[in-house]
Write a protein that binds this ligand. Structure first.
Ligand code: 13P
Length: 251
């Protein structure tokens, strides 16, 4: 039987106390005992609220970023230790929006993954090419470079990370990579991870980029796609629940 898939919602900068409550309750109730791991990565301001709402359910909690530093004079930053105090199990690192709008480099992303791991938080490391990079035929080179930095900094601990392949041109655009396009990059990443650790099979490699209720099944059926990182569709309980069902192992 294949390993349990991981279906993670990335709320990005969306939500409100009222909306979150309805969404989390609907997800926690609707997912029932679906045979997959489900997480929501929420804005830091709502971690405490969502951590309380999910109490007693199988829903896992994630953050959308983490500081590379332990503590100190880093205004605006949130440390891995702080996230742990709010039940955080996952932290997205290196999302393309942070690379693009906040100037995060491959090295910063690698350091953030290392700090998260040191605190028992699983980093969800995002990699992916822009449209210009794909059209120039540089997809493999870009994705491998981004992944190599994280492997280099994290050594044998690389087997503890989650990877998310998110082609930048597919994020929030409604343009999804075809299952074949995604699988091709996932297989490349798997091979790169295999060269770095004997435990590469257990690493979850998620696909992200306009995944929705309609396309989830075919993407998740690919041999190296171990789950999804879902933006827009994770804000709608019914859509997210359909993706969860698509990712659940049949009993
Ligand atoms: P969308 O699902 O909205 O395209 O976002 C994908 C994403 O960036 C998840 O991290």
């Amino acid at each position: 039987m294949s390993k349990q898939k991981l279906i993670a919602g990335n709320w990005k900068m969306n939500g409100s106390l009222v909306a979150n409550e309805a969404l989390v309750r609907a997800i926690a109730q609707g997912m029932g005992d679906a045979d997959c791991t489900v997480a929501v990565c929420v804005p830091a301001a709502y971690l405490e609220q969502v951590n309380k709402l999910r109490a007693g359910t199988r829903l896992e909690l994630g953050a959308q970023d983490v500081s590379r530093y332990e503590q100190g004079a880093y205004t605006g930053e949130i440390s891995a230790g702080m996230l742990r105090e709010f039940g955080v199990r996952y932290a997205i690192v290196g999302h393309s929006e942070r690379r693009h709008y906040h100037g995060e480099t491959d090295d910063t992303v690698a350091e953030k993954a290392k700090t998260a791991l040191a605190h028992g938080i699983t980093p969800i490391v995002c990699v992916g090419e822009t449209l210009a990079e794909r059209e120039a035929g540089n997809t493999q080179e870009v994705v491998k470079r981004q992944m190599a930095a994280v492997i280099h900094t994290n050594g044998h601990c690389i087997s503890e990370v989650v990877v998310a392949y998110e082609p930048v041109w597919a994020i929030g655009t409604g343009k999804t990579a075809t299952p074949e396009q995604a699988q091709e990059v996932h297989a490349l990443l798997r091979a790169q991870l295999k060269a770095a650790t004997t435990h590469s099979d257990r690493i979850h490699i998620l696909y992200g980029g306009s995944m929705n209720a309609g396309n989830a099944q075919s993407l998740l059926a690919q041999p190296d796609i171990d789950g999804g990182l879902i933006g827009g569709a994770s804000l709608k309980a019914n859509d997210f629940l359909q993706i969860i069902q698509a990712g659940a192992n049949r009993k």
